[in-house]
Design a protein around this ligand. Structure first.
Ligand SMILES: Nc1ncnc2c1ncn2[C@@H]1O[C@H](COP(=O)(O)OP(=O)(O)OP(=O)(O)O)[C@@H](O)[C@H]1O
Length: 198
């Protein structure tokens, strides 16, 4: 089922319009890049797609139906800074628990070591923590993943390992992905098409 944004307009409070009348679709299994200058509203648009921000106009649907606020959210978002996305008072096993049951194959494909599960978030490196955020976003009910600068702060090897694992899973599950990045080479390598936010 397709993820569809129809006639989306948004502004914060009474501020200027960030964007108006945006139409966008993402098919299952499709990898689409989102690029454009800083501050144009890419992250805001991603939040709207994931139901974290309400559009002023327009609607988001999956297979023609508005996504319910209750229960597991099928559109999952991973941001650049994992330390802002996890509860510092929860050990990693509990952090992962938010996604429901996570299979150990997924954890090992993301390079997550068993021993890390008993640690606190501040006992992991940024790259290690981000692997957990990716794993958490890939619960079995996720149908679309939004990667907003997901690997920007990581070294090339970690970046490659994470994307390899994510793309394998996406292929297996026919999951659609949005990649937000300023790195043209990464976009070229990963995406079927790229949309520019002007
Ligand atoms: N909660 C908020 N309240 C008011 N303004 C906001 C809020 N969040 C973001 N903005 C503003 O909205 C604009 C768009 O921000 P957004 O983060 O969506 O842009 P972006 O295209 O993702 O930028 P970047 O490429 O730098 O990440 C910016 O000018 C930002 O200052």
């Amino acid at each position: 089922m397709q993820l569809e944004a129809k006639d989306i307009s948004f502004r914060y409070g009474n501020g200027p319009w960030l964007f108006q009348g945006i139409n966008f679709t993402l098919e299952p299994g499709e990898v689409v890049g989102l690029t454009g200058p800083s501050g144009r509203g890419k992250t805001t648009f991603c939040k709207i797609l994931a139901g974290l921000e309400k559009p002023v106009e327009g609607r988001i649907t999956i297979g023609g139906s508005v996504i319910s606020k209750k229960g597991y959210q099928p559109v999952q978002l991973v941001f650049q800074h994992p330390e802002k996305a996890v509860n510092p008072h929860w050990k990693m096993k509990k952090v992962l628990g938010e996604a429901g049951r996570i299979d150990s194959e997924l954890l090992s494909s993301l390079g997550i070591e068993e021993e890390w599960l008993t640690r606190w978030p501040n006992e992991l490196s940024g790259g290690e923590l981000q692997r957990f955020c990716v794993a958490r976003a890939l619960g079995s009910k996720t149908t679309f993943l939004i990667a907003d600068e997901m690997t920007t702060m990581l070294d090339a090897i970690t970046q490659a390992q994470i994307w390899h694992a994510v793309l394998e899973i996406a292929k297996k599950r026919e999951m659609g992905i949005i990649v937000v990045s300023h790195e043209a080479k990464l976009m070229q390598r990963l995406c079927h098409r790229v949309v520019e936010f002007k």
